[in-house]
Structure formats: structure tokens, C-alpha cells
Design a protein around this ligand. Structure first.
Ligand SMILES: Nc1ncnc2c1ncn2[C@@H]1O[C@H](COP(=O)(O)OP(=O)(O)OC[C@H]2O[C@@H]([n+]3cccc(C(=O)O)c3)[C@H](O)[C@@H]2O)[C@@H](O)[C@H]1O
Ligand SMILES: Nc1ncnc2c1ncn2[C@@H]1O[C@H](COP(=O)(O)OP(=O)(O)OP(=O)(O)O)[C@@H](O)[C@H]1O
Ligand SMILES: [Mg+2]
Length: 249
């Protein structure tokens, strides 16, 4: 049984191996001010002190997100870009909405979710722009609980090249982060996608990361939580597989 420190070292080795076998030169990640990206930023900086990059990308975000993201950058001493994408995202969103409204096909009820997911997809496009330019790979921040529930935007924060922490439960993300010196204010925040005012992961999903972690580990949870988690899991199956195609006719 490996210690946590040994597992961290093995993950850092794995990152180096991924870059080597892919023929790329380094790694880039979006830094949100949340715990998952803080951990990934620390890991990629450890693996590639000179060839790692963090990108902070506020989109109508709370100033606290950016402040915490800057604390992460400072703590792990990773090179970074600080890009406010609010205007870009708003403009693209408005173009689509205005044209749909003109054709009387716009569904007001889905405004919040489509605006939210466009934020994640604009960030993905931004990360790939930097990655293409530097010949880096884009690193995802999904943990095992998020992968299991599909709690990510398809081709948004889910649009990445490698997923170094996707075997970790949310609790393990906290444990590794503490060992790697992630700042207190990041460790103490409620996990949030930050996609709308006041959003927290646990409120939106209707269950807790403790419960999802248990299900991921094959442990028992109350019926009510099991039902929610199973539904999130089956509803998001399409996000974990290649797009379906017809048989060869
Ligand atoms: N059965 C199926 N087979 C193939 N494709 C299917 C499909 N059902 C929907 N789709 C497609 O998938 C789309 C819906 O998926 P998607 O666009 O991802 O949207 P959706 O799953 O509705 O929303 C994303 C969820 O992830 C959360 N999120 C996003 C980003 C970051 C974080 C975070 O923790 O930071 C959390 C967000 O709060 C929200 O609850 C549909 O519009 C459709 O295009
Ligand atoms: N404002 C942002 N700037 C840069 N990247 C972002 C921003 N918001 C989201 N992201 C990217 O999207 C990923 C998914 O967000 P998610 O909320 O799941 O992770 P997190 O914010 O790192 O952790 P937490 O679960 O504590 O909120 C982030 O890890 C980050 O890579
Ligand atoms: Mg977050």
C-alpha cells in the first residue's frame, strides 16, 4: 500500500510520461480558485517546473474566484495568464440568443444553463489556443465523483487531453491539496462551478460529495442519495463515451 506522498510522486511521474509519449512539451490548466484546479496546478508545476501554465479566466465571476486563483498561482509558483473573457462570452451568447429570438425559437427556461455551459466551452477553447501555440496538452480537473455523476460540461471543462485526478475521491483531493500547500482560503471554500450567482455543487446535485465518494468506493449510502446519484450517473453516460454512430450500412 503506497503512502499519499508516494501516490503524488507516481502521479507526477505519470504526467511526465504522458507528455513524453504524446510528443508534446508541457501542460496547461485553467485555474478557477477552486480546489480541483489548485491541486492540478500544483501537480503539473511539480512535473514541469518550466513547461507548465495556469490560465485564470473570469467570466462574470465573483472577484473572490480570481483572488483565490492568484493565491494558488503564488503558492505553487506556476506561470500564468490572467484573461477576462466576460465580454467575449457575452457577445457570443447574445448573438445566438438574438438570432434565435428573431426566428421565434428561443426557450427562455434554458437561458441559465446554456449561458453557464458556454462559459465552460469558451474556457476550453481558450486553453486549447494556448496549448496549440506552446505544443502543450490541456489538463482536466475532474475527480472521480464528478466523472461518476457527469458533473461537468460536455466539451467544456470535460474537453481535455488527460485527467490526472480522475481516480481521486473529493476527500482525497482535499488530502492531497493540503500536503501540496494549497492555500487555506481555497481549502475552505464550498465547491462551486461558479456558473451562476450562489451556485454550489452540492445544492445543485441535491446530494453531498461524501455520499458520491462512498458510491464511487462501492459503499452503502441512504436510499434517497443512491437514487439521486444513480440518476445523475445514468443520465450522463453519453459524456463518458465516444459519440454514437450508425452501423456500417
Ligand atoms: N443521451 C444523450 N446522448 C448524447 N448526447 C446527449 C444526450 N443527452 C444530452 N446530450 C447532449 O449533452 C448536452 C447536455 O450536456 P451539457 O452540455 O454538459 O449540459 P448539462 O449536463 O445539462 O449541464 C452541465 C452540468 O455540469 C455542471 N458543471 C458544469 C461545468 C463545471 C462544473 C463544475 O463542477 O465546475 C459543473 C453544471 O452546473 C451542470 O449541472 C445536451 O445539450 C446534448 O447536446
Ligand atoms: N474562472 C475560471 N478560470 C479558469 N478556469 C476555470 C474557471 N472556472 C472554471 N475553470 C476550470 O473549470 C474546471 C472545473 O471547475 P470545478 O468547479 O469543477 O473545479 P474547481 O473550481 O477547480 O474546484 P471546486 O470543486 O472546488 O469548485 C476548473 O477546475 C478549472 O480548470
Ligand atoms: Mg469551482
Amino acid at each position: 500500500m503506497l503512502t499519499m506522498e508516494e501516490k503524488i510522486e507516481k502521479t507526477v511521474d505519470w504526467l511526465r510520461e504522458q507528455v513524453k509519449t504524446s510528443g508534446t512539451k508541457g501542460l496547461v490548466v485553467g485555474i478557477s480558485g477552486g480546489i480541483d484546479s489548485a491541486l492540478v496546478a500544483c501537480l503539473i508545476k511539480k512535473a514541469f517546473p518550466d513547461n507548465s501554465l495556469g490560465v485564470i479566466m473570469p467570466i462574470k465571476s465573483s472577484p473572490k474566484d480570481r483572488e483565490d486563483a492568484l493565491k494558488v498561482v503564488e503558492a505553487c509558483k506556476i506561470k500564468y495568464l490572467d484573461l477576462d473573457l466576460t465580454e467575449v462570452q457575452s457577445k457570443l451568447f447574445d448573438i445566438v440568443v438574438d438570432n434565435m429570438k428573431e426566428k421565434d425559437m428561443y426557450n427562455e427556461d434554458n437561458t441559465r444553463i446554456s449561458d453557464a455551459n458556454l462559459r465552460a466551452r469558451i474556457r476550453m477553447s481558450t486553453l486549447y489556443t494556448a496549448a496549440n501555440n506552446l505544443n502543450y496538452m490541456v489538463v482536466g480537473t475532474d475527480n472521480a465523483a464528478e466523472v461518476h455523476t457527469g458533473y461537468f460540461t460536455k466539451y467544456g471543462d470535460g474537453g481535455v487531453d488527460i485527467l490526472p485526478i480522475s481516480n481521486l475521491t473529493k476527500r482525497e483531493v482535499y488530502e492531497w491539496s493540503e500536503v501540496l500547500g494549497v492555500p487555506e482560503s481555497v481549502l475552505n471554500r464550498a465547491p462551486s462551478a461558479g456558473l451562476w450567482e450562489g451556485q454550489t455543487d452540492e445544492n445543485e446535485m441535491g446530494t453531498t460529495y461524501d455520499m458520491i465518494d462512498k458510491v464511487v468506493k462501492g459503499e452503502e449510502v441512504p436510499e434517497k442519495d443512491k437514487a439521486i446519484i444513480d440518476r445523475l450517473h445514468s443520465r450522463s453516460e453519453h459524456k463518458r463515451v465516444m459519440p454514437p454512430k450508425p452501423p456500417v450500412f
